[in-house]
Design a protein around this ligand. Structure first.
Ligand code: ATP
Ligand code: MG
Length: 291
């Protein structure tokens, strides 16, 4: 798993990416010259107002959409312009996606939705798949709802199915578009705790888009995006954020200037080590059995 880490390369490298959409004959610039290097094992929050380009950026990283120009390299592979189908097997093992709108299959039960991506893995027997699905449904506390179809689940429950589905393949990267937006406060905190526990246990890289300060405070990297541009980039340093700035284009693609700017972001976000985002005992047990 540590190929990119060993080589000192970012796991995800976004280089001078531009993306615009056409709407009523007019171009809407969703991303403008975005460069960003994401290291393996980080929990990165992409924060910004509605319409700032967060989902667009996640969709490009997840190869759901392709940039107009620029390059996206994941684990040393240039994925720019490739479709999910072209990347098929490799992508399923690399990226798990939690969509803003969940994208569950309406005709499949919760259990079948979580099982679906595992069908691509020939090395898993039916029994192993069943165990894997059961442990991930337990992880998101949905064992009792395994036979429910999406329209028989609440918004938060659907989101938890989507989370279990994204995690069940044990991908190296999980992309989560507003993972707490449809969850009540306690469930949102638990889901964040779960993601942090998975990050700590498996070194899974998480990239979230969010408006939620709790998601930001669970993260260890922060990108602020506005109007399609990266405005600030910060690295957690204890309970504070150390702001680093993206390099100017002439400094080379996809690298950040890691020099300390000597100023903190205004907020002092406590990560509240050890309690606020801890998974509950049953979820912790499920996490242990999902290994
Ligand atoms: N398919 C599309 N067609 C036209 N314009 C689009 C399309 N998708 C996104 N946009 C536009 O691109 C810009 C960025 O959208 P995006 O969905 O990335 O924002 P966002 O930061 O995820 O917002 P939110 O917080 O509301 O989810 C917006 O101005 C949006 O209207
Ligand atoms: Mg969005």
């Amino acid at each position: 798993m540590a190929r990119s880490r060993e080589a000192g390369l970012a796991l995800i490298s976004i280089e001078h990416v531009n993306k615009s959409y056409r709407l009523d004959g007019r171009a809407v610039d969703a991303l403008r010259d975005v460069s960003l290097a994401i290291d393996e094992g980080v929990l990165l929050a992409i924060a910004g107002p509605s319409g700032s380009g967060k989902s667009t950026l996640l969709n490009l990283i997840g190869c759901i959409d392709s940039p107009d120009s620029g390059r996206i390299v994941i684990d040393g592979n240039d994925v720019t312009g490739r479709t999910p189908d072209q990347l098929a097997a490799n992508r399923a093992r690399t990226v798990g996606f939690i969509f803003q709108t969940f994208n569950l299959f309406p005709m499949l039960t919760a259990r079948e939705n979580v099982e679906y991506p595992l069908l691509q893995f020939p090395e898993l027997s039916a029994a192993q798949r069943r165990d894997r699905v059961a442990s991930f449904l337990r992880l998101v506390d949905l064992t009792r709802f395994a036979r429910h179809r999406p329209n028989q689940l609440s918004g938060g429950q659907r989101q938890r199915v989507a989370i279990a589905r994204a995690l069940a393949t044990k991908p190296r990267i999980v992309l989560a578009d507003e993972p707490t937006a449809n969850l009540d406060h306690d469930t949102g905190s638990e889901i964040l705790g779960l993601m942090r526990a998975i990050n700590a246990k498996y070194g899974t890289t998480f990239v979230f888009s969010t408006h939620d300060e709790r998601v930001i405070s669970a993260a260890d990297r922060l990108v602020r995006i506005e109007d399609g541009r990266i405005r600030a980039l910060a690295i957690r340093s204890g309970v504070k954020w150390r702001t680093v700035r993206p390099l100017a284009s002439s400094d080379g693609p996809g690298r950040q200037d890691e020099r300390q700017e000597g100023r903190q972001e205004g907020r002092e976000e406590g990560r509240e080590e050890g309690h606020a985002f801890e998974p509950t005992a049953p979820r912790r047990a499920a996490l242990e059995s999902s290994a």
